[in-house]
Write a protein that binds this ligand. Structure first.
Ligand SMILES: [Zn+2]
Length: 245
């Protein structure tokens, strides 16, 4: 198991860690990490591992281990020489903060969209350049109304919190399930909830902003009729992401 530091603090930029394994395909396993692995629609983190001797190992992407549940694999950038990286070695693991901040802003914005469009979601993708959400619905969506709704919820500066609850607690509070826009996955004993105060509550493992004001100017760039029963909403930044640091 990899200790997932990003679950309880999405603002952590780096951590010290110990290399547990360098896999045959180059994937690097650490005992703990701040790198979010691709999942729940959100892209994986990029960044670098810094060894004590100053060597840097660029990480292009992060994934869940295909065979070992709970293990996170850091994928090196193409051409990275890993020969100096060995199990037992201490490294400083640092994420690309610009990319992470884009993921945080877009991911929280997709939850605002869930509140504005109370329809089942059947697809989701969150990257550093755009986010898209597929709603299972047949009615058309109004781009201007969605943009006005997003701008209002961002301006209202709602706090965003995460908490873990036991499945038993969820079962004992049926009103909690009713207020959720997405049904929680079952079978792991506990569920992580993301609550946007007064706006949205849903099970989610992703990295979020701490307050909707942090989302900034995010707008609907496109609404597509993907199929007879699917409406796709694409979000973009109203300004270059890099400009916000
Ligand atoms: Zn989410």
């Amino acid at each position: 198991m990899t200790e997932e530091l990003f679950r309880d603090d999405a603002t952590l930029a780096c951590c010290e860690a110990t290399v547990l394994a360098v896999e045959a395909d180059g994937g690097i396993v650490l005992d703990r990490t701040v790198f979010y692995p691709q999942g729940g629609g959100q892209a994986g983190d990029a960044g670098e591992l810094l060894a004590a001797d100053g060597r840097r190992f660029a990480i292009a992407d992060t994934r869940k281990h295909p065979e070992q549940p709970g293990v996170i694999v850091h994928r090196p950038a193409e051409g990275t020489d890993l020969s100096a990286l060995v199990p037992g070695q201490r490294v400083m693991a640092s994420i690309d903060l610009v990319r992470r901040q884009a993921h945080r802003r877009f991911h929280s914005a997709t939850h605002l969209l869930c509140a504005l469009v109370p329809q089942p979601v059947d697809g989701c993708s969150i990257t550093a350049g755009y986010a898209r959400l597929d709603f299972h619905m047949t009615e058309p969506l109004d781009k201007d109304a969605l943009n006005a709704g997003l701008a209002r919820l961002v301006a209202e500066a709602h706090p965003v919190r995460t908490r873990w609850i036991a499945e038993a607690e969820l079962d004992a509070n049926p009103q909690l399930v009713r207020s959720m826009s997405v049904q929680p996955p079952r079978g792991q004993g506990r569920v992580r909830l993301v609550e946007i105060d007064g706006v949205d509550l849903q099970p989610c493992g992703g990295t979020h902003v701490a307050n909707t004001a942090e989302i900034g100017p995010v707008i609907v760039t496109k609404i597509e009729k993907k199929s007879a029963r699917t409406r796709r909403v694409v979000l973009g930044f109203a300004e270059p992401a890099a400009g916000r640091g």
